[in-house]
Structure formats: C-alpha cells, structure tokens
Design a protein. Structure first.
Length: 217
C-alpha cells in the first residue's frame, strides 16, 4: 500500500498553540506526564468509532471502522473512503490519480465536520487530532503534529545528519533526524510491530498489578 504524507498545516484545524495538545493547558500537560496505555488506545478508538458512526463526516465508507492510532501527544484518525469505480482497462497510474482526486475532494469538502469532531476529542482526551483518508491502495495523511523530541548526539551522529543536509535530502538537522526515523520504521516494520505488541502485553500485565501506593489496580 502506498502512503503519501502531506505536511502543511491544514487551515482551520485546531492545532498546538503553545499550550500543549489542542491548545489547552491542563489536559495536554497531564497526558504528557504519563505513557499511553493499551486501555487508553482502546477507549479513544471506541470513542471515534461511535462518534463517526452517525455519519457526521460525509463520504466515509460506513462499513469500515476508522483506523485510530494514539500516542502521548496525538490521535491520528484515518478514514476509509469507497473505492473509485474504474474501467476494467484502467492502469495503476490512472487508479492512483483517481484515488488521490477522491481523497483531495473529501479533504476539502469535510473540513468543517472534521474540525467539530476534532475539537470534541481534544477536549475529552487532551491530545491533538490529525486526519487522513484511505481510498483503494492510496493513503494520505492530511496534517500530523510535529512534536519536538529532545536528544543529544555525538559528533559522528551529527555528521550523519549534516551529510543528509549537504546532500539535499533534508533542510535541517531535525528534518534529517525525522527522515532517519521514517527510514528505519519503513525497513523494520515487522520487528517494530512485534516489539510494540510485546510492550502492550507488559503494560496490560502491569495495569492489573498493585498500585505503587499499595492499593489494588
């Protein structure tokens, strides 16, 4: 499946405004101080499944549940759109063009509805909400949060980033670091999936254990 990332900020979408996810002080700060648990992910995914079931966002394939990804800072909701009916002799390039056109039209036509749902979710869960859509074999992510990550790199590691900048692959060290992370994730996806599943199992077991203050979970 081919994914196309669209980075520019989407006009009108509620984003970070210097007060943590969603532009609010309290919930964003509170959520950033703890890790997102599997129970959190399931609860948020269930909220979006229920909230979108009534059809507040037009053009979505009603038979497919939204694909909801959650971390400590952001909720990414990818909606499934109906396939584009194409002639039997259409080639792959024509299909991709038609799918991109449908996604582009959906993005423009549903901006207001998505903003309303996003504002409700940001108020409830204290995370920024980003959107994407999938049609056939094409997936586009409209706007995703860029969250600063503090790190310290030695000279050899910095040289890798600077080489990417000098080669025109990246515009800055932060851009180069993000490029490296995407490259590793792309080539090690099966291993990352296994690692993520193992961590979620550990979190589930830990959540069932006693609290640090001596109370039951």
């Amino acid at each position: 499946m081919r994914e196309r990332w669209i980075d520019p900020e989407e006009r009108g979408m509620p984003r970070h405004r210097g007060r943590g996810p969603g532009g609010r002080r309290g919930p964003g700060r509170r959520y950033q101080e703890r890790r997102t648990t599997p129970a959190d992910r399931e609860r948020i995914a269930a909220w979006f499944t229920g909230r979108l079931a009534g059809g507040p966002v037009a053009g979505v394939d009603a038979s497919a549940a939204p694909d909801v990804s959650v971390d400590d800072d952001e909720i990414l909701v990818v909606l499934r759109l109906p396939d584009v009916p194409m002639p039997g002799d259409a080639d792959q390039g024509q299909r991709e063009t038609a799918e991109e056109a449908r996604i582009g039209g959906f993005r423009a036509d549903t901006r207001g509805e998505r903003i309303r749902v996003a504002e409700e979710a940001e108020a409830a869960f204290g995370r920024a909400v980003s959107w994407g859509a999938r049609c056939g074999g094409t997936t586009s992510l409209f706007t995703t949060a860029a969250v600063p990550v503090m790190t310290r790199l030695r000279m050899a590691e910095r040289r890798v980033l600077d080489t990417l900048i000098d080669g025109g692959v990246a515009r800055s060290r932060s851009d180069a670091l993000a490029w490296c992370v995407r490259l590793v994730a792309e080539h090690e996806e099966p291993w990352f999936a296994d690692l993520r599943a193992a961590f979620e199992h550990v979190e589930q077991v830990r959540d069932r254990g006693p609290r640090p203050n001596g109370g039951d979970a």
